[in-house]
Design a protein around this ligand. Structure first.
Ligand code: EPU
Length: 336
C-alpha cells in the first residue's frame, strides 16, 4: 500500500490542474482495500476514488483522501464456443485491454479504442463511443460496499446501466468500489460500423478488428485533443435526451439539427451541436477554451484553474438553456 501526504494530483487529472490532496492512498489488493475501508480515520474523512482522472474536474485542493487502485491483471476465467470471459483488474489502462483483445482476435470492444482512463472507471461510467458501450460486453462487476465492507459480484443486469449511468455512480445506492470487471468477448467478432464517422470505413476491403481499431484511433486523434498535449476531460457534458415535440420545435427553427432517435421515442441530441449553435466553438476565455474541432470538449491551454473551467461550463449551460430550453448535465465529475 502506498500513502502520500500533501500529494500533487497533476498526473491524476487530464486537465492537468496543479491541485493537491491531503492524502493519497494506493492499494494493490482487495485485502489492502478492506483494511482501508475498515479504518476509523478513513471513515471520518471525506474520500474520493479516482482512476486516471480523465473525467474529473478538481475545483480546488482536496482536503481529504484520494483513493487509487493498483489492482492489475487480465485473465481468461471462462470460455465457451462463442466467447472468452476476461477478468480485468480495475487499474488496467482501458486502451491496453482493448489492444490485448484485438491482438487476440476477440471482438466487442474495438470501437472503444483510445478512450483514456482505467478499466474500473470505464465500468463505473459506462463508457461509450461509435455505437458501443462497455455494458454491452460486461459479464459482471466485482465491487466492495463501502458501508458494509462486503464484496458483491454484480451480474451486468444488476449494474443499473444506461447511457453514461450505473449503480456505481448513483448517489441513491450504497457507495461501492470496483475492483475487477469481467468482459464477455466474442471469438467470432461481428464488426459494428453503422455509426456516422465509421461508415466510410465500412466500404474498405479486408476489414478486421485491427483495421477498425486503427481507423477509430485515427478518427479520435483527428477530432479530440490529446490530453498529454492539451489538458481536457473528453466530452464535458452528456448528450441530452429530449421529447419528440421539443425536438420538432428545434427542427422547425434549425432544419439541420442532428438527432439520434432512442428506442423509447425520445431524441438524443449532440450537446456539441447545441454548444456550437450558441457560438462557443473555438472560443477562449483566459486559459480555458472550447475546442475548435469539437465544441463538447473544454481545454486547458496551460494555467486554467478548476474554478475558471467550471465558470465557462456554467456560461455554456446557461446559453444552451436560454436558446434551446435544454439543461446540459456535465459528464465530468466535479470534486470540491
Ligand atoms: N457536432 C457539432 N459540433 C461540434 C461537435 C459535434 O455540430 O462541435 C455534431 C455533429 O453533427 C456530429 C454530432 O454532433 O455529427 C456527433 O458528434 P460526435 O460524433 O463527435 O459525437 P458526440 O455525440 O459529440 C459522443 C460521445 C463521445 C464519443 C463520440 C463518438 C458523449 C457525451 N460523447 O460524442 O465520448 O467519442 O460520441 O461515439 O456521449 C466522452 O464521453 O468523453 C467522449 C469523447
Amino acid at each position: 500500500m502506498r500513502i502520500e501526504n500533501n500529494y500533487s494530483l497533476e498526473k491524476y487529472n487530464t486537465f492537468h490542474l496543479p491541485v493537491k490532496t491531503r492524502w493519497f492512498m494506493e492499494y494493490g489488493s482487495e485485502d489492502d482495500l478492506q483494511k482501508i475501508l475498515r479504518d476509523e480515520y478513513f471513515q471520518e474523512c471525506v474520500s474520493v476514488h479516482i482512476g486516471k482522472g480523465s473525467n474529473l474536474l478538481f475545483i480546488n485542493d482536496f482536503n481529504g483522501i484520494v483513493l487509487h487502485s493498483a489492482i492489475k491483471g487480465m485473465e481468461v476465467v471462462r470460455e465457451d464456443e462463442g466467447n472468452v470471459y476476461l477478468r480485468v483488474g480495475a487499474a488496467e489502462v482501458w486502451d491496453d485491454v482493448v489492444a490485448h483483445a484485438v491482438a487476440k482476435g476477440w471482438g466487442g470492444i474495438e470501437n472503444l479504442s483510445w478512450i483514456p482512463g482505467e478499466t474500473g472507471a470505464a465500468a463505473v461510467q459506462n463508457i461509450g463511443a461509435y455505437g458501443m458501450e462497455i455494458k454491452d460486453v460486461i459479464d459482471s462487476v466485482e465491487a466492495w460496499n463501502q458501508l458494509t465492507f462486503e464484496k458483491h459480484v454484480f451480474p451486468v443486469g444488476d449494474c443499473g446501466y444506461a447511457y453514461r449511468r450505473s449503480r456505481f455512480k448513483d448517489p441513491g445506492q450504497d457507495p461501492h468500489i470496483v475492483t475487477y470487471v469481467t468482459l464477455r468477448l466474442s471469438k467470432h467478432p461481428v464488426l459494428k460500423l453503422e455509426y456516422g464517422a465509421l461508415r466510410e470505413l465500412s466500404g474498405q476491403a479486408g476489414l478486421s478488428l485491427r483495421t477498425v481499431r486503427n481507423g477509430i484511433i485515427d478518427i479520435r486523434k483527428d477530432k479530440l485533443p490529446d490530453p498529454d498535449k492539451l489538458g481536457n476531460a473528453g466530452s464535458f457534458f452528456m448528450n441530452p435526451v429530449i421529447g419528440k415535440e421539443h425536438f420538432d420545435r428545434i427542427r422547425s427553427a434549425y432544419p439541420d439539427a442532428p438527432a439520434y432517435p432512442m428506442e423509447d421515442g425520445r431524441i438524443k441530441i449532440p450537446a456539441g451541436w447545441l454548444i456550437e449553435q450558441c457560438g462557443f466553438k473555438g472560443k477562449r476565455h483566459g486559459d480555458v477554451g472550447v475546442y475548435e474541432k469539437q465544441a463538447l470538449v473544454l481545454v486547458n491551454y496551460g494555467n486554467a484553474t478548476g474554478d475558471e473551467i467550471a465558470l465557462v461550463a456554467e456560461s455554456i449551460r446557461m446559453a444552451v438553456k436560454e436558446r434551446f430550453g435544454i439543461e446540459l448535465v456535465p459528464e465530468v465529475k466535479y470534486i470540491a
